[in-house]
Design a protein. Sequence first.
Length: 394
Amino acid sequence: MRLSPARRAAIGFALAAASALAVQGLALPVAHARDAAPASTKAAADKATAATASQIADSESATARALAASLSDPAWRARVRIAALGSDQVDLAALTGSGRTPAALKAAVRSADRAIAAAKGLPASTGSLLRLRLGSDAMRTALRPATLPLVAVADHGDAATTATAYDSSGRTHRLSTRHAPQQPVYVVDIDVTKALSTGLAQVDAQLAAKGLKPAARTDAAGTSPNAAPADGGYWATKLNSVWLNDDEEPWIEGDAEIFSIVSGFGLDGVVRVDTVDMPYLDDDHHTYYPNQLIVNWSLYKYDEADLVMMEDDGSTNYEALAQALADALLTITDQGAYVPLVDAILAAMPDSWWTNDPDYVDSWYTLTENSSGTLYGARGNGWMNLSPYWVAAL
């Protein structure tokens, strides 16, 4: 089961900004933060988000049509069938890389990979992003050698009740997203794990170039290899367990990847941002025990930080994300006391992230070095169990 739309708490994008009970008082409510967003920043972010979603949808649809048409070739259809039955996710570029692949399909996949990388603000060197999967395990027995499957594009959380699929003759079919059809369906999707890893590296580099000095990205093992060492070790916050909530998801739902961004003032008083990858968060209503370090307190000036969890559901534009973060944080300076940052970040989010869109998952305000126990997200989408953790020097 993949994480899905709207109040998604089991999935691809987390911003976090260090915030706390500043001398001025509590951070503004989220609704007020949204209203306070600069019009130019929000307009640019909204435009980038809409363009990204449109370009990705066009590229995926073109690939789905080309793949459906190619299945009229029995030999090629057999190769696709073997690949789909042998793996949960099939790299389309690898599958179509041989000379026996229909030329039109090979060209469509190559073009779509380039277009999707550009739309997501990823470098051309990213490589293949498109993949193929069977719509559901229940379709495996019906996927016989003579069967001509439909080909559809994964839903990325737009709450649609129907999806468009294509057959080998070029005809379109409308499928219910809630009830899987009996006929086998191949689903074209994006490798969000690869996109997220590459995208967060892009965000880190762009924020560093703008002077926001992101610390090294924290991976699922809790390591941050380039983090500044502290004499004798340092205190960190360890994520012992995490649980996220979600509504019923459609069979055609596309994969998504959760990540978080923790932000606060560095030791020099300059805002810094740490991205935290959480690839293990696959299913809603399931408790995970990652034992992952999510905050390295030796890198922060104040003993308070916020974490805003987000997801990449396939339509995230990382260049726009980095720009939105920079626009929100570069205007904030250290005044000698901790000031809220989370509201500035939430204010920079595109409007679409707040409506029928799974990109924003939840927020955890006022994390401290001594935070421990179960903490619930501000939106009620999930909880995290935290504890202080001493990292000893070698």
